[in-house]
Write a protein that binds this ligand. Structure first.
Ligand code: AMP
Length: 262
């Protein structure tokens, strides 16, 4: 592709693809001549006790969806090709990795930053496309790309949601029927809090009301529900031009995340 001077967009994923992933492929198609999708359930971004073994995998279904979506190349590397014996290097993005999901998922963002650095080095894409669903991850990758002069154009795509507002996620497959109904409370609570904050209500009170709503719907524990600057991820106690709501909470054994512009 490079020899033919074709521009290349990379869409990194962990597979179990849904419409949110395919929206990234659609977005990539408008930006580059060729689309490369990677599927790699990256062991280094799962903390001890997380769902690495249980994480949904569907290579045949994924390949079919990517063919239909018009991806040019799908790469599904084995873990020992990415991390051969003797592998010793990790990439850590300070500050941005230490807030929101950082403290509750030790090692997660270093795992993400490391695999993205490796995929950029291996594939050398012109563009890489990520979902705003994982907003903190996107902010970290932008920082990493700038700090290490990786030279990739980083594109963020809007969150794809179900009709009731729940953000599409491979982990939604873990939800029981009752949990699936309750899960829509997460985007609803964020939307109400965003509305209240925009209207000038007290931020701490709006966040507390949203937490109560989640608890009433059966969420718990709530890892965080915060207002933060969407670039630095620094917490905000009052509305500001780049204010964004961020939440992570468990519903049964499933951990859901979401974020919303204020
Ligand atoms: P994952 O397979 O969960 O690692 O996600 C791969 C990419 O898809 C990441 O850039 C995610 O942010 C993105 N993604 C996942 N779910 C959604 C969604 N509902 N809307 C938009 N992008 C998403």
């Amino acid at each position: 592709m490079r020899k033919r001077n074709e521009s290349v967009a990379l869409v990194p994923t962990m597979g179990a693809l849904h419409a949110g992933h395919l929206a990234l492929v659609d977005c990539a198609r408008t930006l580059a001549d060729r689309i490369i999708v990677t599927i790699f359930v990256n062991p280094k971004q799962f903390s001890a006790g997380e769902d690495f073994d249980a994480y949904p995998r569907d290579i045949a279904g994924d390949a079919e969806k990517l063919r239909a979506a018009g991806a040019d190349l799908v790469w599904i590397p084995d873990a020992d090709l990415i991390y051969p014996p003797g592998y010793a290097t990790s990439v850590r993005v300070a500050r941005l990795s230490e807030t929101l999901c950082g403290p509750v998922r030790p090692g997660h963002f270093a795992g993400v930053a490391t695999i993205i650095t490796k995929l950029f080095a291996l594939i050398r894409p012109d563009i890489a496309v990520f979902g705003e669903k994982d907003w903190q991850q996107l902010a970290i990758i932008r920082r990493l790309n700038t700090d290490l002069n990786l030279g990739v154009e980083i594109i963020g795509c809007p969150i794809m949601r179900e009709a009731d507002g729940l953000a599409l996620s491979s982990r939604n497959a873990y939800l029981s029927a009752d949990e699936r109904v309750a899960a829509a409370t997460l985007p609803k609570a964020l939307a109400l809090a965003a509305q209240a904050i925009r209207a000038g209500d007290d931020v701490a009170q709006a966040l507390e009301q949203a937490r109560t709503k989640l608890a009433q719907a059966g969420f718990g524990p709530i890892d965080y529900l915060e207002l933060a600057d969407e670039e630095t991820l620094a917490p905000l106690s009052a509305n500001a031009p780049r204010a964004r709501l961020f939440a992570a909470a468990y519903l049964g054994r499933t951990r859901l995340i979401d974020n919303l512009e204020v």
